[in-house]
Design a protein around this ligand. Structure first.
Ligand code: HIF
Length: 290
């Protein structure tokens, strides 16, 4: 005779331990699949998380990591996203095992896990992204063009809401991974340890002599001494521009300062466009070796 006790719909509300379980699964797959590229899917997972986030436009509030619209054409076909199918496919078995997590939260967790597992700093993580349909795909041209210089780099990152110091702090992520001719046309890694996050990107930018590579491909730099490393014209922007260069010097001199600022700015990047509330919790994951 009372209405109390009417069955409430049961919704699974994931907690820290559930997200840590997803982290652990990604970390396990990273270790198992060391056949890829330089021995790790980590770099391409970081790139997926960044390209999902870096479409953000602060004026219109469109784009950003809330939506995972790169699952759909046209966004999946944008030139800048070439090769990211490898990262999306890598995460599919994780999605199948943990169907409650949105693709948008999963892709960012993939980036967070990869950075930590590649010996980077802790990257605090807040879930709360919801997937959107293809009508939310962003127009082509929001991600940076590697053949351009400081002006373009600023235009692109100012649109997302970053300042000069933050742009340079992000840039250190190019310590990771490499360019692939089949994706971007460019070729080669930026550092000698492309599966470990360090401040080597800044050290090499300042410390090596860079010359144009003579080849059939797009204009890129090679280091004069070993000819095995590369810089994009857009990377060179960070030492061509005086303001940028001061910050490059700061991070080249101190890996701890780089790690601290990098962590803060990558969190900002990964959270672009996500509608958090005061109730949103922040998680700091344990690494696989802790
Ligand atoms: Fe990249 N980036 N990025 N990038 N990027 C490539 C690869 C990676 C730019 C261009 C390229 C950032 C900024 C910029 C990573 C992470 C970040 C490639 C090669 C190009 C061309 C893709 C391929 O051929 O497979 C430009 C012009 C940027 C503005 C300066 C961020 C700061 C550095 C935001 C960032 O985090 C990672 C990781 C890779 C490696 C991917 C791989 O598959 O190994």
């Amino acid at each position: 005779y009372t209405q109390y006790g009417a069955a409430e719909p049961k919704v699974f509300k994931p907690e820290f331990k559930d997200y840590q379980a997803v982290y652990n699964e990604i970390a396990k797959l990273l270790q198992e699949h060391d056949e890829y590229d330089d021995g790790s899917y980590g770099p391409v997972l970081v790139r997926l998380a960044w390209h999902a986030s870096g479409t953000y436009d602060k004026e219109s509030g469109t784009g950003g990591s809330n939506g995972a619209t790169m699952r759909f054409a046209p966004e999946s076909q944008h030139g800048a996203n070439a090769g990211l199918i490898n990262a999306r496919n890598f995460l599919e078995p994780v999605k199948a095992k943990f169907p409650w997590i949105s693709y948008s939260d999963l892709w960012i967790l993939g980036g967070v896990c990869s950075i930590q597992e590649m010996m980077g700093p802790k990257i605090p993580y807040r879930p709360g992204r919801a997937d959107r349909d293809m009508s939310s795909c962003t127009p082509d041209g929001r991600l940076p063009d590697a053949s351009q210089g400081p002006r373009h780099v600023r235009d692109i990152f100012y649109r997302m809401g970053f300042n000069d110091q933050e742009i340079v702090a992000l840039a250190g992520a190019h310590a990771l991974g490499r360019c692939h001719t089949q994706n971007s046309g460019f070729d080669g890694p930026w550092t000698f340890s492309p599966t470990v996050l360090t401040n080597d990107y800044y050290k090499l930018l300042l410390g090596s002599k860079w010359q144009w590579r003579k080849w059939d491909g797009p204009k890129q730099y090679e280091d004069k001494e070993t000819k095995t490393l590369m810089m994009l014209p857009a990377d060179m922007a960070f030492i061509e521009d005086k303001e940028f260069k001061k910050t490059v010097e700061k991070y080249a001199a101190d890996n701890d300062v780089f790690f601290k600022d990098f962590s803060a700015v990558i969190v900002k990047l990964f959270e672009l466009g996500v509608p958090y509330t005061e109730k949103s919790e922040t998680f700091v994951f344990k690494n696989s070796d802790e």
